[in-house]
Design a binder for this molecule. Structure first.
Ligand code: PEP
Length: 252
């Protein structure tokens, strides 16, 4: 298989210690029961839960990721967490440039690229999020916006083994609204072209591009069966182990 599908959960700012540990235990137990997993699993809890969740996942096939990381490795950056620190406690992935960070923290694509370069230098794989707003979509600018975000958010030196793209239309996140599968396939194909232009064709053909935005057990197979969709980044539905696993089963 050229690109093994990735099923990734973004827990966002949810979960106290007990909730997080219980959710991680439930996911971990369900994954352990799969005899031949057809996809890779990743969960991205909030910073406060990473270390406890890591202990639950130890020896399991579920990878651990964070939801942001600073551009620097250490220093006077109150309230921030570095890629070096995340790697040290057992993370292998970090989500960068999620639309909630772009909107709520004013993160530009250039900042995302600097964060991604730091993450790669520290041995983390990045999930770089891109996606258009509803206004941009209505103006027919989806592909233009997404290709520009790809160009500016992916640092030079990105490779298929250390970079995953997540296409998340901003208007589909947490709203229950989704693009049509045809629209998703069209945007993913355009993203792959943009990656080929920025890096090269071989890397583009191997790089995973996830779809994210109101993915649920009931609609997951529509997206996961598309040729250019290599997995899903799941917000709300990743907070219930049964839903998360039901989405993963759409890959089979
Ligand atoms: C997300 O936050 O990355 C996301 C896709 O959220 P939801 O699945 O809740 O739309």
């Amino acid at each position: 298989m050229l690109r093994k599908k990735l099923i990734a959960g973004n827990w966002k700012m949810n979960g106290k210690l007990e909730d997080g540990v219980n959710l991680a235990r439930a996911v971990s137990a369900a994954v352990r029961k799969l005899t031949k997993p057809q996809c890779e699993f990743l969960i991205c809890p909030p910073f406060t839960l990473l270390y406890s969740v890591k202990k639950v996942l130890r020896g399991n096939k579920v990878a651990l990721g964070a939801q942001d990381a600073h551009t620097a490795s250490k220093g006077a950056h109150t309230g921030d967490i570095s890629s070096e620190m995340l790697k040290d406690i057992g993370c292998s992935y970090v989500i960068l440039g999620h639309s909630e960070r772009r909107t709520n923290h004013g993160e530009s694509s250039r900042v995302v690229a600097r964060k991604a370069a730091a993450a790669h230098a520290n041995g983390l794989k990045t999930i770089i999020c891109i996606g258009e707003t509803e206004k941009e979509r209505d103006e027919g600018r989806t592909i233009e916006v997404c290709t520009k975000q790809i160009r500016n958010s992916m640092p030079a030196g990105s490779q298929a083994f250390n970079t995953v793209i997540a296409y998340e239309p901003v208007w589909a996140i947490g709203t229950g609204k989704t693009p049509t599968p045809q629209d998703v396939e069209e945007v993913h194909a355009a993203i792959r072209k943009a990656v080929a232009k920025k890096l090269n064709k071989t890397i583009a053909s191997r790089m995973r591009i996830l779809y994210g935005g109101s993915v649920k057990p009931t609609n997951a197979s529509e997206f996961l069966s598309l040729p250019d969709v290599d997995g899903a980044l799941i917000g709300g539905a990743s907070l219930k182990a049964e839903d998360f696993m039901a989405i993963a089963k759409s890959v089979y």
